[in-house]
Design a protein around this ligand. Structure first.
Ligand code: HEM
Ligand code: NAG
Ligand code: NAG
Ligand code: NAG
Length: 319
């Protein structure tokens, strides 16, 4: 009676071991099969940034969204089809853009080494380049991700919301194997880019029963946000830069946060826990410490495994 289930468990264990082995990422994954892949990506990202300074922020956020829904499997890149609304057409897609940069990279890499380099790896490498080319740290990206075949708009609900408090953020990150330390370091990605009014309106209109404006916002900063985002805002695409140096990857985000100039409730939340508050203060005073922590947390985030099985030929479509 006992033999069958035990045998099953042994088999299951072997299968789990085997499948994690297959999925293990490595830094030299394309050394033999596509040695020029990384240089090609860097060249394309560099050129795209010259034409459009919003590209680096877009590529960094794209990688975050990819990894937080179904793991880093390129699901964020898939186009909707007649029967399926894809992630990129889901609600918090408002600032996702620059997919064309991935298309340009993919086309060039397909000419070099057809069917070898996954779209998920391209996004991870492009995000790394975007950070490094904006003045931030660089790191070796583990590679070997496979592309998934599923992308559903409804699953973007799994992304953290800018109105999240500390416990919600902590839980959302923990579900993906990311710690409070990762949360603080990765939130530093908000040193790049732009936000629409809708993402921080909760802080400046009807904040709570006794305040219209979040009292933790510094007064003149709150006034400037109210000025660009009045209650009945008619300006399409109105909003604010994520920090004061929007195209420079630096530690200004943490300095501003400590001065009541964090943009989202989720940024402000980092000051509500003693451990995360201490880290915010550490990164505000040492860009070096921030860069080291960011690089190591990015490697963790970009290693969230998905169920991808293939290498797409066109990043917008399954094979
Ligand atoms: C901690 C949870 C997070 C929340 C709640 C959050 C939320 C948001 C929101 C609401 C926006 C603005 C969207 C808009 O209104 O246009 C945004 C922008 C951005 N986020 Fe996050 N985010 C989080 C974590 C991250 C992480 C981990 C990264 C990358 C490491 C990241 C990178 C960015 C970047 C670069 C932008 C600017 C995008 C652009 O200008 O195109 N965020 N985020
Ligand atoms: C994918 O979707 C985008 C935006 O919805 C559209 O502009 C593009 O033409 C589509 N790509 C292809 C190859 O159909
Ligand atoms: C974002 O999602 C909305 C709502 O699902 C959709 O109508 C819109 O086309 C999407 N926008 C982009 C830029 O993909
Ligand atoms: C965070 O938000 C959740 C959901 O709204 C709530 O249940 C919880 O009490 C909040 N936690 C704190 C510490 O405010």
């Amino acid at each position: 009676m006992m033999a069958a289930p035990r045998c099953f468990i042994v088999l299951l264990f072997a299968f789990v071991l085997f499948s994690t082995e297959v999925k293990a990422l490595s830094s030299n994954y394309y050394d033999q099969t596509c040695p020029n892949a990384e240089a090609t990506i860097t060249k394309v990202v560099k050129k795209a940034m010259l034409n459009d300074k919003t590209v680096p922020a877009a590529l960094l956020r794209m990688h975050f969204h990819d990894c937080f829904v179904r793991g880093c499997d390129g699901s964020v890149l898939l186009n909707s089809t007649r029967n399926n609304k894809a992630e990129k057409d889901g609600p918090p897609n408002i600032s996702l853009h620059a997919f064309y940069v991935i298309d340009v990279v993919k086309k060039q890499i397909e000419d070099l080494c057809p069917g070898v380099v996954s779209c998920a790896d391209i996004v991870a490498l492009a995000a790394r380049d975007a950070v490094a080319l904006s003045g931030g740290p660089t790191w070796a990206v583990p590679k070997g991700r496979k592309d998934g075949r599923i992308s559903k708009a409804t699953e973007t609900r799994q992304l953290p919301s800018p109105t999240f408090n500390m416990s919600q953020l902590q839980q959302n990150f923990a579900q993906r194997g990311l710690s409070l330390d990762d949360l603080v370091a990765l939130s530093g990605g908000h040193t790049l880019g732009f936000s629409h009014c809708s993402s921080f309106q909760n802080r400046i209109h009807k904040f709570d029963k006794s305040h219209n404006v979040d009292p933790s916002l510094q007064a003149s900063f709150a006034a400037s946000l109210l000025n660009v985002c009045p209650a009945h805002n008619k300006v399409r695409n109105a909003g604010a830069t994520m920090d004061s140096t929007t195209t420079l990857f630096d530690n200004a985000y943490y300095k501003l946060l400590m001065n009541g100039k964090g943009l989202f409730s989720s940024d402000e939340a980092l000051l509500t826990n003693s451990r995360t508050k201490r880290l915010v203060s550490k990164y505000a005073s040492s860009q070096d410490e921030f860069f080291k922590a960011f690089a190591s947390s990015m490697i963790k985030m970009s290693s969230i495994s998905g169920n991808g099985q293939e290498v797409r030929l066109d990043c917008r479509f399954v094979r």
